[in-house]
Ligand binder design. Structure first.
Ligand code: C5P
Length: 226
């Protein structure tokens, strides 16, 4: 659609949802399908970019012409993103990263004991990868994009999150009703740190992906400030 406007660029996209293991058979997870991240990877490749897709638990086939790194947990995702981001022009964090992980991993399957209440599961915080890569830009001109799923006060919460995370663009999704996880379509507003707001009407995830790349390409073409 937009031509090879990302030729010569390296972009990093994370997709899917992390799983945080409790024991060898159980994990804490989320319902992210990874489809939006895969749409971002495909559209960037179609626009000429070298794409590193960091995938967590999607079960989706590797897109053609894209370097795919498979990870499981938030800690593994962080390591892969930081490594790939070192020389990246843009990083798009479309993955749903677990905010918490179990404090302990049981090497053997946790057993239920007759007549006993289950032990509470203690959690610890996972690193916030988006905030970290935004704060410590591997390159001063790197464009960092985050995603946020909100159920209410979507724009106000989105603006607050954009500021708190320190990214350049934040794609805000309203979740709930027909806008369920795993859908082929999406509706969103892309908020920019410079105050611009780009609404993207309900439609295929490729349309939202191309809008994100349009906004990224604009920022890559402009000289970095500061
Ligand atoms: O704070 P919240 O989870 O709503 O933020 C969502 C955005 O932050 C997404 O872009 C997600 O990939 C990123 N994130 C992250 N590391 C975390 C939690 C979220 O990079 N631990």
């Amino acid at each position: 659609a937009a031509g090879p406007d990302l030729a010569g660029r390296h972009v990093v996209v994370s997709a899917g949802g992390t799983r945080e293991p409790l024991d060898p058979v159980r994990y804490l997870g989320n319902r992210s399908s990874g489809k939006q991240g895969y749409a971002l990877a495909r559209t960037a490749a179609a626009r000429g970019a070298r794409v590193t897709l960091i995938e967590a638990n999607t079960g989706l086939p590797d897109p053609a012409g894209v370097d795919v790194v498979h990870v499981g947990t938030a800690v593994q995702l962080r390591e892969a993103v930081l490594k790939a981001a070192a020389d990246a022009d843009a990083v798009v964090m479309a993955a749903a990263v677990a905010d918490f992980r179990p404090a302990a991993y049981a090497a053997g399957k946790i057993k239920k004991k007759d007549g006993q209440e289950p032990a509470p599961v203690a959690l610890v915080r996972n690193p916030d990868i988006l905030a970290e890569i935004s704060a410590e830009r591997a390159r001063p001109d790197q464009v960092v994009v985050g995603f946020a799923a909100e159920t209410d006060d979507v724009l106000a919460n989105g603006r607050e999150k954009l500021r708190r995370k320190g990214c350049d663009l934040l794609v805000v999704n309203e979740v709930g009703e027909r806008k369920t996880f795993g859908a082929e379509e999406n509706e969103a507003v892309v908020l920019a740190a410079d105050g611009a707001e780009t609404p993207v009407p309900y439609g295929p995830k490729e349309i939202l992906a191309d809008t994100v790349w349009d906004l990224v390409a604009l920022r890559l073409a402009a000289p970095a400030d500061g």
